[in-house]
Design a binder for this molecule. Sequence first.
Ligand SMILES: *[C@@H]1O[C@H](CO)[C@@H](O)[C@H](O)[C@H]1NC(C)=O
Ligand SMILES: *[C@@H]1O[C@H](CO)[C@@H](O)[C@H](O)[C@H]1NC(C)=O
Ligand SMILES: *[C@@H]1O[C@H](CO)[C@@H](O)[C@H](O)[C@H]1NC(C)=O
Ligand SMILES: *[C@@H]1O[C@H](CO)[C@@H](O)[C@H](O)[C@H]1NC(C)=O
Ligand SMILES: *[C@@H]1O[C@H](CO)[C@@H](O)[C@H](O)[C@H]1NC(C)=O
Ligand SMILES: *[C@@H]1O[C@H](CO)[C@@H](O)[C@H](O)[C@H]1NC(C)=O
Ligand SMILES: *[C@@H]1O[C@H](CO)[C@@H](O)[C@H](O)[C@H]1NC(C)=O
Ligand SMILES: *[C@@H]1O[C@H](CO)[C@@H](O)[C@H](O)[C@H]1NC(C)=O
Length: 460
Amino acid sequence: MTRGQYPGPLLLLLCLLHGSQETCPSMCLCVSDTVSCSSSGLAKIPLSLPPFSVTFDLSHNHLSWLGPGSFNSMPRLENLRMAHNQLSSLGSGVFNNASGLRLLDLSSNKLQVVEQHYFQGLWRLEELLLYNNKIAQVEAGTLSGLSSLKKAYFSLNQITDFPFFSIQDHSHPFLTMLDLSSNRMTRLPWEDVKALPRLVQQGLYLHNNSLICDCSMYSVFWHWNLRGYDSLKDFTDEHTCSIYGDPQAAIRFLRHSRFFHNCTLEKVVSQPVTVFLSNVLVSEGERVRLDCQTSLNGADLSFTWLSPSKGYITQSSINDTLISLFANGTLEIQAVKVNDSGLYVCTALDIKQALNATREVNVTVLLPPAESFNTGYTTLLGCAVTMVFILMYLYLTPCRCSCCKQPKPPVIPIATYDASTLTSVFSTSPRDQHKIQANKHVAFMEPMISEEGIAWAPEC
Ligand SMILES: *[C@@H]1O[C@H](CO)[C@@H](O)[C@H](O)[C@H]1NC(C)=O
Ligand SMILES: *[C@@H]1O[C@H](CO)[C@@H](O)[C@H](O)[C@H]1NC(C)=O
Ligand SMILES: *[C@@H]1O[C@H](CO)[C@@H](O)[C@H](O)[C@H]1NC(C)=O
Ligand SMILES: *[C@@H]1O[C@H](CO)[C@@H](O)[C@H](O)[C@H]1NC(C)=O
Ligand SMILES: *[C@@H]1O[C@H](CO)[C@@H](O)[C@H](O)[C@H]1NC(C)=O
Ligand SMILES: *[C@@H]1O[C@H](CO)[C@@H](O)[C@H](O)[C@H]1NC(C)=O
Ligand SMILES: *[C@@H]1O[C@H](CO)[C@@H](O)[C@H](O)[C@H]1NC(C)=O
Ligand SMILES: *[C@@H]1O[C@H](CO)[C@@H](O)[C@H](O)[C@H]1NC(C)=O
């Protein structure tokens, strides 16, 4: 191979190498798919940039203005960081050809109004960082097209109104974080806030605002607190509101609820979510009724049972005449089998108040008690049977198979449950024990026998 034979490709390679080197501006660092021009004293975006970049870091510069199509030359751009610049507004079409953006960091700039057109076309955007600007207003349609949005940070601004109504289940199905903390909101449109998708409510941060104490405000936070949202747990002391709008009279309303005693909501709403645990012991073939009494009550409850052998049971899923689920949540199984044993969990759901409560029942199904003997008796019977066989062997042989059949030994159910269960069930006096066995009735952990055969033994 001589050099003279392939001059063309070599030249081309040299040109390419040279060319790509030229596209990395001298003050930046270009590493594979990343261009970092942070803290480079830039007042303008460099003209030539590597076209295959996915990440572009322009933070800590002096950018104050961006022209239309500023990122035209970077069609693969996904992460754009422009924190700590001097941007006070964005012209139209800045992100025209950057529809692949997933992360846009404009934090610590000087933006004042987030205009409707700013993020148009960024339907792949997942994270939007706008904290620590001077934003006083967020225009209504700003977030409209951002259907992939997962997290949006508006903290540390001067926002007084936010277009909560523009966020709905179908428009923002992935939004789980909306940070509006440390702003200047005094009264929120609580009806709009309550209509937010559940995931957004769970990830809505509103602490350190200038809220004015009132019952509608308190009602919303009270519910969120009940549901244990991190946004409240992590910032309990930063949740303040001022009485009669007087900033001097601010109270930490998650700690001091006294001011809200006159709010009627507290009496309307039920107690915190609780779990009741009960044990039920029945014998095979019995009819079982499991109640779903929880802390929730009212007419609008819907019930779901999770059973170990049949999975989820709802009123509409029942496909079996041997099972019924009553409107009051009671589950009835006509003839339980041993393998129906296990933990049954009922969830009562109050859709209106978005509350739920759970009841657990540990069901143990035993073989029919008449056939279960105590170990001593079992051994005795075993001996007797063996004796019979020995006698038969001694006296009935030789025997032609056509004239007599050897009886098979009777199947004796050997206890498959542990001894402690037995003692707890039959710990009553021998006479009671006899009664339970004779009636083939149901026994409970706490000795308590209902007329119909089944009920619970509540543990509290
Ligand atoms: C930018 O997008 C416009 C349409 O919005 C298109 O006409 C134009 O060719 C694109 N420019 C580049 C450099 O891709
Ligand atoms: C509360 O917000 C103010 C500005 O509104 C800010 O200076 C302060 O640091 C914030 N405090 C906390 C604890 O976030
Ligand atoms: C019940 O509420 C808890 C939070 O308290 C929640 O995690 C769970 O998903 C809710 N279950 C249903 C069925 O809504
Ligand atoms: C609650 O109502 C009582 C009587 O109606 C009134 O005296 C009291 O000041 C009210 N408390 C608050 C915090 O508004
Ligand atoms: C339960 O036992 C019956 C027979 O007694 C059997 O047909 C059924 O498949 C068992 N179910 C499970 C979930 O084990
Ligand atoms: C109901 O039972 C039939 C047969 O017994 C079965 O084909 C059907 O898939 C069941 N439907 C449901 C919802 O379980
Ligand atoms: C639920 O309804 C069923 C049938 O109407 C009834 O037998 C049962 O006692 C009720 N349970 C409760 C807890 O009210
Ligand atoms: C249910 O009861 C059985 C027998 O009494 C016990 O072995 C089991 O651990 C209990 N399960 C739960 C979840 O309490």
